[in-house]
Design a protein. Structure first.
Length: 253
């Protein structure tokens, strides 16, 4: 087989791109494992600041519920309640089924005397599954319903009752996912105040009037950003805080 034939074979370029991408992905996995192991060793030795830094590096390279859960543990032991609650919220975003993470959040909020975020009913429904699952369920159910409706006519198959029933079920499931998808979007704007006595300002400047001071761990909704400040809204007030003092549960601003 000539080089030209090899290079023009179907799937060759996909294989080549996979091989090119495998190197960085493998290095990221290795870096995440090394950082996680370092975090475990530091945590066991009582070096909670070092453990938090290592777990944070591991989560940056490869976000995973277990890594974020351990990051929350280290942040809490290091005395950073806001960062701990944020890490556990991020872990719960990826894995809402973990009872240990839920228990840690309840304990931390009670100890810090802060409330959890106020959620609409559709946001509560969206928390039943990991956020990215809802998009998959919606896509699969929608295209399954479309296929069962269209394909019998295209291929001249005889329509069966089970096909119509499955198409109706798929469409119903798709419609049921729409509120949950709206809930995922709404929850993606939730965040946590990271530092104790964070000033909530009237305008996005250091000289602005301070409306109130927020406790570490306070939940709020991100609305917009201006320079190094973000406008957030808590259950009682709205105002500007420095971006570094607020973290979204989705991991970015």
């Amino acid at each position: 087989m000539s080089w030209f034939q090899l290079l023009t074979r179907p799937g060759w370029w996909a294989l080549l791109l996979t091989m090119i991408a495998a190197g960085p992905l493998a290095r990221a996995d290795s870096a995440a494992r090394d950082a996680f192991d370092q975090g475990v060793q530091a945590y066991q030795a009582g070096g909670f600041d070092q453990a938090a830094a290592a777990f944070r590096e591991a989560a940056t390279n490869q976000p995973a519920p277990g890594v974020l859960h351990n990051l929350g543990n280290a942040e809490w032991r290091a005395g950073r309640a806001g960062a701990a609650i944020l890490a556990w919220e991020q872990a719960q975003w990826l894995d809402p089924f973990n009872p240990d993470t839920r228990g840690n959040l309840r304990f931390a909020r009670k100890a810090a005397q802060v409330e959890g975020p106020e959620l609409a009913w559709y946001e509560l429904c969206s928390a039943w599954l990991p956020g990215h699952w809802w998009a998959t369920v919606a896509a699969v159910s929608f295209w399954l319903a479309v296929a069962l409706v269209l394909l019998p006519g295209v291929f001249r198959w005889r329509k069966a009752d089970w096909q119509q029933g499955a198409a109706a079920a798929g469409l119903a499931l798709f419609l049921l996912t729409l509120p949950a998808l709206a809930g995922v979007h709404g929850r993606s704007r939730l965040g946590i105040v990271l530092q104790k006595d964070t000033p909530l300002r009237l305008t996005p400047t250091t000289q602005a009037q301070v409306l109130t001071k927020l406790p570490a761990g306070e939940a709020a909704r991100w609305e917009r950003r201006r320079g190094n400040y973000v406008f957030i809204r808590t259950g009682n007030a709205g105002g500007w805080v420095e971006q570094a003092q607020f973290g979204l549960i989705t991991g970015g601003n």
